[in-house]
Design a protein around this ligand. Sequence first.
Ligand SMILES: [Zn+2]
Length: 299
Amino acid sequence: MRASWLIKLAGGHIFVGDGAMGTRLQEMGFPVDEPCEQAVLSRPDLVLAVHHEYYDAGADISTTNTFGIERMRPRIADQVADLNRNAAKLARAVCPAGRLVAGSIGPIGERLEPFGPVRLDEARAMFTQQAEALAGGGVDLLLIETMTSADEAELAIRAAHATGLPVAATMTFQRSIGGTHTPDGVSIEEAVERLGAAGADIIGANCGTGHAEMVEVVRRMRALTQLPLMAQASAGIPEMINGRPVWPETPQKIVDHVKSMLESGVSFIGGCCGTGPEHIRVIRSIVDQHLWASRLTSI
Ligand SMILES: [Zn+2]
């Protein structure tokens, strides 16, 4: 049976995602020098509090604290399955009825062969283990995010798809003199083509340099695909003030950009690094106004 949220998605519903996990845990006192994914085992109370804050701010989806697990794998190989499963259970524990948990899968952190040391079959096995553990912990969808290599994204999408769960895949873009590409040189056109061809149900972009850039990425993606789009921008580029990162894009500064993304037909909108519950509260109210207005015009 098709999940009810997928039926709503097909009907044009817009879902609000959450904001950052890592930077929010640090604001709550989790040590800056420890990988934030360790909090799943060492400070589950803080992880629960972050998920709760985002649902309370109006997020339809909260994302598991598992983004950096592939990067950490050399140090925590025997904990990978438990960390993922427990992280999914923490989010599930505070997820209100009718809302969703997304299982986050991030990059491996080293390049794949033939450009780097990671063999393709190794990468496939890593993503499969993570995807299966997240599915076992009860997530509703898998979210492959902050990808910069299309080859790696494809492997992750295929591994995630094998669980039978819906798969969202987002890449990170930055504008430079040569145009807008991922740090590995993947263009928006190539990303749309390859994420879709690998079987992602939802595609898009996350992180990056802020909301203005994300508006452009969403517009260009919309012209290239009929797939539902996801956009989760960072709150700009942080400046270090008194040893702490400060992000320039406050909740009020993102209002017009969020409206532009909704007008461009985005189906999932949340935040990335530097965004917190107040950003999500603002996005929630703009999405509600947008959904209300589109209901009125369709009567
Ligand atoms: Zn980010």
